[in-house]
Design a protein around this ligand. Structure first.
Ligand code: NDP
Length: 383
């Protein structure tokens, strides 16, 4: 049966890989909605190629090509409200949420509210509002199928046992480009250095988050919400080859893992075709070429992000929203070269220290905490 698919963030790294997967299985999907932030031309090209009726562009200032060049009959939505209108109009069976940052939260939330299944790449939605999204999904019947390679691996490994049989999750991390750098070298790290990921090709924000290991910190919180496991039973293990995408250790001493080449098209495809497994377009592992798989503990002195993520998870309430927003604001400054690499974690820590979390927050309180943290980053840097 053909599935009606919406891809939010189709012009990004995950979005494009998802369209590659869809193109490889033309009989299985109807792409019924696509969205972008600013890249209207790319969005138009994708809409033409996949014959898509509904498109949305978040940034209204870049809408001009859509109104003049979209094929007749195309529904064009704009602004952040337009992303929600796109989901509502699409009658989708599945929405892939691949917008970067907390900007993806409202459309993820609306998808869950409508009871539509989510292929979740936008981890920031859960970090900010997991306490709202998870119970809402249980109520509406919306299934959250992870796209993040680590969470896809955990999701697949968990199918080997029952929840009460899980001892801990081992979340693997590549260690990023600075894994072997000294503290002094990391002090001098540039934007170009941070954008050189050793194993994965991804969008710029998550690539920088991998270099700081903020990405792993966000993933601890994401895994906690997705799998209902306390953060203190989620251990991070640095695995530079990025072959073992994560593992689940069961109480009998067995560890179940999912392995594959570092290619996001594999977990994306699994999320889109779940519960079926179908022929994949990524390379398969050639085991004769792999002589060793290495594992080491992360160094929380050189990479303080992990400690901050655990602090946010332990505090709960608005702490996740503040942690995420402070990181987004700091990364945006680092991308403009207005902040040094090591200052990202420093400013996030400072903002977290200034925050007194509200427990059991409403959505408005979460959004207010997000806005407060962004302002507070500016305030910290101004002093
Ligand atoms: P990219 O930066 O490559 O793409 C982001 C997408 O979101 C683009 O389509 C972009 O549009 C759109 N976008 C950006 N800002 C806004 C906004 N304010 N409102 C609406 N749309 C916006 O990111 P990635 O594909 O790398 O990552 C997407 C998500 O997936 C992130 O949450 C990331 O953590 C997660 N993820 C990514 C992985 C990867 O391999 N890339 C792996 C695992 C998870 P435009 O092109 O117009 O700017």
């Amino acid at each position: 049966m053909r599935r009606r698919l919406v891809i939010l963030g189709s012009t990004g790294s995950i979005g494009k890989s998802a369209l590659d997967v869809v193109a490889s299985r033309p009989d299985e999907f109807d792409v019924v909605g696509l969205s972008a932030g600013t890249r209207a031309q790319t969005l138009l090209e994708q809409a033409r190629e996949f014959n898509v009726d509904c498109i949305a562009l978040a940034d209204e200032q870049h809408r001009e090509p859509l109104t003049t060049q979209a094929p007749p009959g195309t529904h064009v939505f704009t602004g952040s409200a337009g992303l929600i209108e796109l989901v509502e109009a699409s009658q989708a069976d599945l929405v892939l949420t691949a917008i970067v940052g907390a900007a993806g939260l409202p459309s993820t939330l609306r998808t869950v509210e409508l009871g539509i299944d989510v292929a979740l790449a936008n981890k920031e939605s859960l970090v900010v509002a997991g306490d709202i999204i998870i119970p809402l999904a249980a109520e509406t019947g919306s299934r959250l199928i992870p796209v993040d390679s680590e969470h896809s691996a955990i999701f697949q490994s968990l199918q080997s046992g029952r929840a009460e049989e899980v001892r801990r999750i081992l979340l693997t991390a590549s260690g990023g480009p600075f894994r072997t750098w000294t503290t002094e070298q990391i002090q001098q790290a540039t934007l170009a250095d941070a954008l050189q990921h050793p194993t994965w090709t991804m969008g710029p924000k998550i690539t920088i988050d991998s270099a700081t290991m903020m990405n792993k910190a966000l993933e601890i919180i994401e895994a906690h919400y997705l799998f209902g496991i306390p953060a203190n039973r989620i251990d991070v293990l640095v695995h530079p080859e990025s072959i073992v995408h994560s593992m689940v250790e069961f109480i009998d001493g067995s560890t179940v893992a999912q392995l594959g080449t570092p290619d996001m098209r594999t977990p994306i495809q699994y999320a889109l075709t779940y519960p079926e497994r179908v022929d994949g377009i990524a390379d398969h592992i050639d085991w004769t070429q792999i002589s060793r798989l290495n594992f080491e503990l992360p160094d929380e002195t050189r990479f303080p992000a992990l400690r901050l993520g655990r602090q946010a998870a332990a505090q709960g309430g608005t702490a996740g929203a503040v942690f995420n927003a402070a990181n987004e604001a700091a990364v945006a400054r680092f991308q403009r070269e207005a902040l040094r690499f090591v200052e990202i974690a420093q400013v996030v820590e400072e903002v977290m220290d200034r925050h007194a979390p509200t427990l059991h927050p409403s959505l408005d309180e979460l959004l207010a905490a997000d806005a407060w943290a962004r302002d507070e980053v500016a305030a910290c840097l101004a002093t």
